[in-house]
Design a binder for this molecule. Structure first.
Ligand SMILES: Nc1ncnc2c1ncn2[C@@H]1O[C@H](COP(=O)(O)OP(=O)(O)OP(=O)(O)O)[C@@H](O)[C@H]1O
Ligand SMILES: [Mg+2]
Length: 245
């Protein structure tokens, strides 16, 4: 892992199902369900690292991918976008679910409705039909919508480029949940249109070889670093004492 990879790197603890959750929001959205937890603090830490990097230059669009499926991209993107919304009352924050294959943002946040990015890019609806405000927060969300026949083609379209140009004008920070890098071209295509890409790595699961392959596949995309997701707090002495029994 080179030095750039370490700049934004962060440790995100494993969150178990007993964390307690109001409404339809997934328990692992700890930024909302357990804001005082060690895990929520780690998302805030990651957010402020990005803030420090923003001092060096504008960085509006941050995309999340991983080498393989199921490493925690969606949970990380949602928690980071909510950390951003809670940290800055004056900024406009947008989360886009661009995983048109296995979209999870809506179910994790308990957002209803069928229309989303896919319908917007197909020209079947307008921005105002798909941008939802999440509960009483400052977070705006564009859900994925239905899975198109050719997701890669849809994400690589001129319409997607135009959408990113438009949301760059209307929002201060944009977070994009992407599919995994190794199985599809989607992450590489959108990663190149982002200002920064974070690679989520599942603790004790993702093989180093897969991470290296993903970095290679992302080519010249602006990779900010890796976040280690699902690590055991007990293996981290500096956090262990802060976990409430
Ligand atoms: N820090 C964590 N602690 C415990 N469980 C987690 C954590 N992060 C993610 N999970 C769980 O792991 C599973 C995969 O997480 P998530 O959906 O965020 O991964 P993903 O990389 O977006 O997956 P996909 O490739 O399918 O889009 C989910 O059940 C999620 O709740
Ligand atoms: Mg996902």
């Amino acid at each position: 892992m080179d030095q750039t990879m370490e700049r934004a790197g962060n440790f995100l603890p494993r969150v178990d199902e007993s964390a307690g959750s109001p409404s339809a929001v997934d328990r692992r959205v700890v930024t909302l369900t357990a804001p005082a937890s060690v895990a929520a603090e780690q998302y805030r830490t990651l957010y402020y690292r990005l803030e420090r990097m923003r001092e060096a230059g504008p960085m509006k669009v941050i995309a999340f991918t991983s080498a393989m499926p199921g490493e925690g991209k969606t949970v990380t993107a949602v928690n980071l976008a909510l950390s951003a919304a809670r940290a800055n009352s004056e900024r406009r924050i947008l989360l886009i679910d661009a995983d048109l294959r296995r979209s999870q943002v809506s179910s994790v946040l308990g957002i209803r409705g069928k229309q989303g990015l896919a319908e917007l890019l197909a020209g079947e609806c307008e921005h105002r039909d798909v941008v939802r405000r999440f509960q009483a927060t400052r977070l705006a969300v564009i859900p994925a919508g239905s899975t198109p026949e050719e997701p890669t083609q849809v994400l690589a379209s001129a319409r997607m480029k135009q959408l990113l140009t438009a949301v760059r004008e209307s929002f201060d920070e944009i977070y994009i949940d992407l599919p995994p890098t190794l199985p599809f071209a989607d992450a590489s295509i959108l990663g190149h249109q982002a200002d920064g890409v974070l690679i989520v790595v599942r603790a004790n699961v993702t093989p180093t070889k897969a991470i290296n392959q993903a970095v290679e596949q992302l080519g010249g995309a602006p990779i900010l670093g890796c976040v280690l997701n699902g690590a055991e707090v007990s293996s981290t002495p500096y956090l262990k004492n802060y976990v409430k029994k």
